[in-house]
Design a protein around this ligand. Structure first.
Ligand code: ATP
Ligand code: MG
Length: 249
């Protein structure tokens, strides 16, 4: 048991959940490494949601609300970190969830689907794997025809750069959640949310509840005012400022 008084309590709890998820066959071993990289960048941004991330989250929600076939792609890490919240987001946005894995095995897929359903997800796709994302080799390119393949907007927390690029090449709008503003994913996505999924998804649930009442025109305006390059630039500037502040402490 981690004592609540531990100064890194929150972070240690997340690690514990990832490790349990790995033991339960939901998280891939590589997922633990990815989480570690995420932790590093979270330190650099001060482990909080910054204004540029809020702006990206708001634009992401507007884009998902405007989409005709939105979809939420979920992997093992996302499933153990935010299963209930992502299920809620899926319901509010009427965007189905598809389990889509970088390290795909049928067993892990099945386990993640069950885990999400246990946490309130109604419709979970991903088991069929009856279509392919062009440009990716066999297992990595598998997806569902009625899901990611025919979607127009994909929300992909923690995606790999290659796959993000392949989705963009298919003409989709890709919303990535990635703590690393330098990753290929962050650079390639249509909208990059540089925030931890454990903060970003609950933020987006709240926003979606409010924003679903907005008119299409208002949602379009939010989208039109967004510039992803500018967001990443502000993020890097904030990291520099934050580090400067740390240096002067
Ligand atoms: P890319 O393929 O995009 O160039 P990469 O190869 O460096 O990136 P991957 O292992 O493909 O990294 O993807 C994992 C990404 O997920 C990392 O950039 C990491 O920062 C991010 N990440 C890990 N945990 C979280 C989290 N909890 N919230 C948000 N992002 C996270
Ligand atoms: Mg990668």
């Amino acid at each position: 048991m981690i004592p609540k008084s531990h100064p890194r309590y929150e972070s240690l709890i997340l690690r514990e959940r990832l490790v349990k998820g790995m033991r339960d066959g939901i998280v891939a071993l590589e997922g633990l490494i990815a989480h570690g990289r995420g932790e590093t960048f979270d330190y650099l941004i001060g482990e909080r949601t910054m204004p540029y991330a809020l702006e990206a989250e708001r634009t992401a929600v507007a884009t998902l609300l405007l989409a005709s076939r939105p979809i939420i792609s979920v992997n093992g890490n996302t499933a153990v970190l935010v299963a209930s919240e992502i299920s809620k987001l899926s319901e509010i946005l009427s965007a189905p969830i598809e389990v889509n894995l970088f390290h795909r095995t049928e067993e892990r897929l099945q386990k993640i689907v069950e885990h999400l359903k246990k946490h309130g997800a109604k419709k979970v796709l991903g088991m069929k794997g009856d279509a392919r994302i062009p440009g990716l080799e066999h297992e990595r390119g598998k997806c569902d025809r009625e899901g990611i393949f025919s979607s127009d907007v994909v929300l992909v927390p923690l995606e790999d750069g290659d796959r993000c690029e392949a989705l963009i090449k298919m003409g989709k709008e890709v919303i990535a959640i990635d703590l690393n503003p330098f990753s290929r994913t962050a650079r390639t996505a249509t909208i990059t949310i540089v925030d931890n999924v454990v903060r970003a998804i609950p933020n987006m649930v709240k926003m979606a509840e409010e924003m679903k009442e907005l008119k299409k025109e208002e949602l379009k305006e939010i989208k039109n005012n967004y510039d992803n390059k500018e967001i990443l630039k502000r993020c890097i500037e904030e990291i520099i400022n934050h580090l400067q502040g740390e240096m002067e402490k």
